[in-house]
Design a protein around this ligand. Structure first.
Ligand code: FES
Length: 107
């Protein structure tokens, strides 16, 4: 049995769905990239920028609740996220470790 006890490279690692598909609801690459670019813009001058990463991801399996993203290591999913919400996620969750309740998806 393999037990991983290693520290993550990042304090917070954000995966933003950029999945496109025609047949069903999808977050979409345009909206997803808009969110990623906003994360990058807000974090570019922050002292912790090297330990916080936002990147694109495939479908997170919450398509009807998109645009969606997940923050690890907390495994907290957010749904119906807009560009205007990113500042709150960065300041509250990524920097101050207080997840944004109003956007959290609860399973
Ligand atoms: S398309 Fe984004 S969660 Fe499925």
């Amino acid at each position: 049995m393999y037990l991983c006890n290693a520290m993550s490279k990042y304090k917070k690692h954000v995966f933003v769905c950029t999945n496109d598909r025609e047949a069903k609801a999808a977050c979409g690459s345009v909206r997803g990239m808009e969110l990623i670019n906003e994360f990058k813009e807000l974090l570019k001058d922050h002292p912790d920028r090297a330990s916080i990463r936002a990147q694109r991801a495939g479908c997170l399996d919450v398509c009807a609740l998109g645009p969606a993203l997940v923050v690890y290591p907390d495994a907290i999913f957010y749904g119906h996220v807009s560009k205007e919400d990113i500042k709150e996620i960065v300041l509250e969750h990524l920097i101050n470790n207080r997840p944004v309740e109003r956007l959290m998806l609860k399973f």
